[in-house]
Design a protein around this ligand. Structure first.
Ligand SMILES: [Fe+2]
Length: 394
């Protein structure tokens, strides 16, 4: 059942998890130096919730001087990363902090490595001079403080930066992009609005589910993916309906951190590759693109490995009722759609702004920019297949 029987177990980030764990920030940054650069959103949400002040006060208590940049936007782009890296170079920061959702953490990661290497982030993106990041100097230490339960960036060595010149939204990968320490405090997630709770929660589900139906899956990532899916199925709707349900928030925060590991180690598949393309073209929220594409992908590919797709259907709540793997696998698409409907994410790609004219480019870019993800699909897909999956999602 397992795709590979030789694998490596690696998750080097120190994770401080639990309610109130942000107060451990002084302990977390001890030994990382005395001058930090912190990235967060510019929409005031971190100020309004008091989180930004709490974090900067704790850093001051720890004797760390901190410069705050509140310029992070959803789907952060290369221009912003380059501008920030250039100014960071002059200041000799000892570490970088990302406070917010995946965008803030990924900007922190990108600046932590680009500033040290005195270059442009474009060099490391597909089409750049060094997309495999060979011979680059290690990033400055990275501290991640997620305030949404979504990307799992707190435990991955991936940073996703958009190249707006081409509508591209590729990722860069380097071993020094694992955060040195991540503080995952569900209390920081209580003010996340329902729509964002749903789309980021869907992202958690897709990291775990796609990693389970990836060629990169191994017994370790399967075990973690299973638990992440279980927690998401039990808690996402609760967190969506009642944002102050701390138990549901805590379980989703843990599901997110867990799902980051299979995402990082087993890789995700075409749903993410095509979803990144959709975000690049329409600026749609990452998790929503997964929700739009997921059911079509399962329907198109379930015959590739009925046992695994059947397992996914069961975890999503489909009773086995004496069905064969193939029967259950066939239902996986509809079961996923029903689950997503519980958080109002039974949506189409066209509702996200995708047009028929965009489809060939979205399919082409998935191969051009995220070939490793396309290679991880359990069935070999052509560009035409990829187009068809997007079309079925419209
Ligand atoms: Fe994702």
């Amino acid at each position: 059942m397992t795709a590979v029987d030789t694998f490596e177990v690696y998750a080097p980030t120190r994770v401080m998890f639990g309610r109130g764990s942000v107060t451990r920030l002084p302990e977390a940054v001890s030994g990382l130096g005395k001058k930090a650069l912190l990235f967060t959103y510019g929409d005031d949400s971190m100020r309004a919730s008091g989180t930004l002040d709490k974090v900067t006060d704790l850093l001051v208590q720890a004797g760390v001087s901190v410069t705050v940049d509140e310029g992070v936007e959803p789907n952060p782009d290369s221009e912003y990363v380059d501008r920030m890296s250039q100014s960071a170079r002059k200041e000799d920061y000892s570490f970088v902090i990302g406070l917010g959702g995946g965008s803030a953490i990924d900007v922190a990661k990108a600046v932590a490595i680009v500033s040290v290497n005195k270059t442009s982030v474009l060099e490391y993106l597909p089409g750049g001079k060094n997309p495999f990041m060979e011979g680059v100097k290690n990033a400055l230490p990275i501290v991640a403080i997620p305030t949404t339960a979504g990307t799992g960036s707190e435990v991955t060595h991936i940073a996703v930066i958009s190249d707006r010149r081409h509508h591209y939204k590729p990722g860069m990968v380097h071993s020094s992009l694992y955060p040195t320490v991540s503080i995952v405090d569900p209390e920081l997630m209580l003010t996340v609005p329902p729509g964002v709770t749903a789309s980021t929660g869907a992202d958690v589900l897709f990291h775990a589910m796609e990693a389970y139906i990836s060629r990169g899956a191994n017994p370790w990532t399967d075990m973690i993916a299973r638990e992440a899916i279980r927690l998401t199925v039990e808690n996402l709707e609760k967190a969506y309906r009642n944002g102050s349900d701390i138990k549901a928030r805590t379980n989703m925060a843990w599901a997110c951190t867990l799902a980051g590991i299979p995402l990082d180690q087993a890789n995700v598949v075409a749903i993410h590759a095509l979803g990144q393309g959709i975000s690049g073209h329409t600026n749609a929220a990452h998790g929503s693109t997964m929700a739009a594409l997921g059911p079509a992908y399962l329907r198109y590919t379930y015959k590739a490995n009925p046992a695994r797709y059947a397992q996914v259907a069961e975890w999503l709540g489909e009773p086995r009722d004496g069905s064969s793997d193939m029967e259950l696998a066939e239902k996986s698409s509809e079961t996923l759609r029903k689950f997503l409907a519980r958080v109002d994410l039974d949506i189409t790609a066209s509702s996200l702004g995708v047009t028929e004219e965009m489809i060939p480019a979205i399919a082409k870019e998935a191969f051009l920019l995220l070939q490793p993800l396309m290679d991880c699909c359990l069935v070999e897909l052509s560009e035409k297949d990829a187009q068809e999956i997007v079309r079925m999602s419209m």
